[in-house]
Write a protein that binds this ligand. Structure first.
Ligand SMILES: [Zn+2]
Length: 47
């Protein structure tokens, strides 16, 4: 396994990422607001 695989950069089926739209902090799937800035604007990306 290469470094990129370990980091998940290449992506797998159904990989989902949640990120604050305000500050870009990565959040958990069940986060209702950003743990960094408190914004409720959560972006949702699927790869
Ligand atoms: Zn934030």
């Amino acid at each position: 396994m290469g470094v990129l695989d370990a980091l998940g950069v290449r992506g797998h089926d159904g990989t989902t990422r949640y990120e604050c739209r305000n500050c870009g902090r990565e959040l958990t799937a069940d986060a209702e607001e950003c743990t960094g800035c408190g914004s409720g604007e959560i972006a949702h990306y699927e790869f």
